[in-house]
Design a protein around this ligand. Structure first.
Ligand SMILES: Cc1cc2nc3c(=O)[nH]c(=O)nc-3n(C[C@H](O)[C@H](O)[C@H](O)COP(=O)(O)OP(=O)(O)OC[C@H]3O[C@@H](n4cnc5c(N)ncnc54)[C@H](O)[C@@H]3O)c2cc1C
Length: 458
């Protein structure tokens, strides 16, 4: 049985018993909810502490448009075949709507769709770039960034201005958008180190909250509990763990005791050090926290009265004058029958634009869309924008393999400590980081590690 299959096998159900441990799970995203469900099934007394006033973490279905639940975090199930999120979504009754990257249209710098020969040129360049990355993945030796790899393989003088623009577009569309990081920060060696499921990509019609609600059923979850300290060196009489939360105005800090703790806070939170460990985390874990990258991907969702773009196309690319700015759009007209365009920003660009007001963002997005569809297109009737880097409960969108890092750092991040602390979350998943299924499976893995420690350690 593969590791994934083993993790997904139903846990043997047990009633809470005298050997059941008191377990605290920190974080009610998919990793935390998966771990909590599995541990509760195994008979442990589980409490989930969540800092926000909502569940789901980096899956966040906004209900601001009552007739259109909108995912401002994760939107897609990437690869329906064998993906555990597909099974969860189906069990929750959520309808799925597929999209296809093949159903796309790319616009040139002149604002016109690429003609056949321009598209053929782009395809040739794309194949060259992808082959170059594949070769870099096979080469041992010192890592370099994707930007350095490209500079080495495509010296400036070897490209025309048009080819340079196309290359910048491809780097953004194929890699920066996927990993949420600029080419200068991405590892060339480990760029494609994640594994993908087969089958179509699909959106959940009611949003990811359907999966979150299903996973949260029957769990004891306390929201508004921002954990600030974890004392893990035998801090209780039974040698357990003490978890301290931030105090609300006029109240003292809530303190929780447990035999085991599962930590699922995002890598961005661990990097910031706002969650303190006593004693401090060992050097190997601190090294992993500092060297794995935390990227940013943001969505700017614009709702219109009706589509003014080709409504049957899912994805729009734009070879823009300023690479990466409004380079990638998805349309919800096809999959959800809604006249909504979502513009994506990734990496440094996303971080810079987080400081912009909604008004300035929309003006910039509309200027870009008017280049493609003419000055007469209407302003949006509604706008929703994400700012994941500024969000104190994640401080970024998802992790990426940074130049100079190695996948083994993720194993170090996942390593349990003293049979008391267990770690889950997308960043701890070596083969499926940055995804909902990676987060979910990491929660099941941490639950299995905890279960294997047996009863209370002295
Ligand atoms: C814009 C965007 C688009 C994405 N698109 C996709 C996609 O299409 N498909 C896909 O598969 N994945 C996508 N992802 C990635 C996916 O959302 C994440 O990998 C996954 O949801 C992470 O789950 P997690 O449980 O590891 O972390 P989280 O969901 O972040 O859960 C951690 C929880 O810990 C809580 N927390 C943090 N600090 C504290 C504290 N001190 N005390 C208590 N609680 C705390 C947080 O509030 C959060 O609820 C996207 C992410 C973003 C941001």
């Amino acid at each position: 049985m593969s590791l994934t299959a083993a993790l997904l096998a139903p846990a043997c159900r047990a009633k809470p018993s005298s050997t059941g441990l008191r377990v605290i799970v920190i974080g009610a995203g998919l990793a935390g909810l998966a771990a909590a469900q599995r541990l509760q099934e195994q008979g442990h007394l589980v409490t989930v502490l969540e800092g926000r006033d909502r569940l789901g973490g980096r899956t966040w279905t906004s209900q601001a448009w009552p007739d259109l639940p909108l995912d401002l975090g994760a939107g897609w199930i990437h690869g329906l075949d064998g993906n555990p999120i597909t099974a969860l979504a189906r069990r929750s009754g959520a309808r799925l709507a597929t999209t296809s990257l093949d159903n796309s249209l790319v616009y040139g710098p002149n604002g016109q769709p690429l003609d056949e020969s321009q598209q053929a040129q782009l395809d040739v360049l794309s194949d060259r770039l992808v082959a170059m990355v594949a070769t870099a993945a096979e080469q041992a030796g010192n890592d370099l960034s994707l930007q350095d790899l490209v500079a080495r393989s495509f010296p400036d003088h070897s490209l025309t201005k048009g080819q340079g623009d196309q290359l910048a577009y491809l780097i953004n569309s194929l890699y920066e958008q996927e990993h949420g990081a600029s080419a200068g920060r991405l590892s060339a060696r480990w760029l494609d180190a994640d594994q993908a499921y087969g089958g179509s990509d699909a959106l959940l019609v009611p949003g990811y909250s359907a999966v979150v609600q299903a996973l949260a059923q029957g769990l004891t979850i306390q929201t508004g509990q921002r954990v600030t300290q974890v004392h893990w060196d035998g801090a209780t009489a039974q040698g357990g763990v003490k978890v301290v939360c931030g105090a609300r105005a006029g109240e003292s800090s809530p303190v929780h005791q447990a035999d085991r703790v599962v930590i699922t806070v995002p890598l961005g939170v661990l990097k910031a050090g706002s969650l303190q460990f006593e004693p401090p985390l060992p050097a190997a874990k601190q090294d992993a926290i500092s060297r794995i990258g935390m990227g940013t991907l943001n969505k700017c969702c614009l709702r219109f009265a009706r589509p003014f773009w080709p409504a049957s196309v899912d994805w729009f690319g734009q070879i823009a004058a300023k690479a990466g700015e409004w380079g990638e759009w998805v349309s919800l007209s096809g999959p959800l029958r809604q006249p909504v365009l979502i513009g994506f920003q990734a990496g440094q660009n996303a971080e810079t634009l987080e400081a912009w007001s909604d008004q300035r963002l929309v003006a910039s997005a509309m200027a870009s869309l008017r280049r493609l569809y003419g000055p007469g297109i209407p302003d949006p009737t509604g706008v929703q924008v994400s700012r994941w880097r500024s969000d104190p409960f994640c401080l970024g969108s998802y992790s990426f393999n940074a130049a100079g890092s190695t996948p083994s750092l993720r194993d170090a991040l996942a390593q349990p400590l003293a049979q008391r602390l267990f770690f889950a979350g997308e960043a701890t998943n070596t083969s499926a980081f940055g995804t909902t299924h990676g987060a979910y499976l990491s929660g099941l893995r941490a639950a299995a590690q905890l279960q294997s420690t047996g009863s209370i350690a002295a």
